[in-house]
Design a protein around this ligand. Structure first.
Ligand code: 3PY
Ligand code: MG
Length: 265
């Protein structure tokens, strides 16, 4: 009998997350082939970005399929903390959900309510969806297994920082993800993600989450930043963005091939 799409993959991803860091890029491509390439490169997960990327759900479902096919967990970052996109991403079979700009406990409870079936929430019920094998899944099995999808909440503003303990008290999610860019803006330092005040605020979030045994994640753009946050105990490392990775690779190649004859390579 068919499993709900991706649920066993979520279980093994949780084990890897518990054992040590996992890495995955954000994706803003429309191409399922690019998703396969990221998996073949060895990333553990991919965050299909509907907050800042161009894709609608019709495209995202194909990107989810491509990630599944290559054994990489597809996580959908929804555009906002609203009921409809949350339910739709899960109906399409996302292994995880990443929700931006979580700032207060009431909002977090609404997100969890929209993401979980009863008794944990009141997610809109339909079993003729991809996540349920279009009804091939035994229904009770689906409703139980679907509640295992990974939930990542982004804390990336001053209000979220101020309410961090209250958010941790609500619980019911897997990872607190610190968005350094939005956080830098919120602290009046837009884009200065390496500014000491931004780093100090991030370290404080990591420390307070760790004190409660909550896994943290963040966004890094270099091996050095990855090493820094890995050493701090961050276990969910979102490494750059696929389009930026491609740009960097293209630039490096062009710089090499255009170098004058005889110049050191
Ligand atoms: C942020 O930095 O604000 C993010 O959401 C992830 O890059
Ligand atoms: Mg952000």
């Amino acid at each position: 009998m068919q499993e709900p799409t991706n649920i066993s993959a979520v279980g093994s991803f949780r084990q890897r997350l518990a054992a040590g860091p996992v890495w995955g890029p954000f994706s803003k491509t429309c191409d399922a082939g690019m998703i396969e390439v990221l998996a073949l490169g060895g990333f553990d997960f991919v965050i299909l970005d509907m907050e800042h990327g161009p894709n609608g759900f019709e495209t995202v479902q194909h990107l989810i399929r491509a990630a599944e096919r290559r054994g990489m967990l597809p996580i959908v970052r929804v555009a906002q903390a609203a009921e409809q996109p949350i339910a739709k991403a899960l109906d399409l079979g996302a292994g995880g959900l990443q929700v931006p700009q979580i700032s207060d406990p009431g909002q977090l409870r609404r997100v969890l309510h929209a993401a979980r079936f009863a008794p944990r929430g009141e997610r809109g019920v339909c079993r003729y969806v991809r996540a349920a094998g279009y009804s091939a899944m035994p229904r009770q099995q689906y409703f139980v297994a679907a509640n295992e999808a990974l939930i990542v909440i982004q804390v990336e503003g001053q209000q979220g920082l101020a309410n961090l303990d209250a958010l941790l008290e609500v619980g019911g999610f897997d990872i607190v993800f610190i968005g350094p860019y939005d956080l830098s803006q919120s602290l009046g330092l837009v884009g200065q993600v390496e500014h000491p005040r931004v780093l100090a605020a991030m370290e404080e979030v990591v420390r307070r989450c760790q004190a409660r045994g909550v896994v943290t994640g963040t966004f890094v753009e270099s091996p050095a930043a990855s090493a820094r946050w890995r050493a701090a105990g961050v276990r969910y490392l979102s490494y750059a963005v696929d389009v930026g990775i491609l740009l960097e690779a293209a630039r490096a190649i062009v710089a090499q091939v255009r170098a004058p004859e005889g110049a050191p390579r």
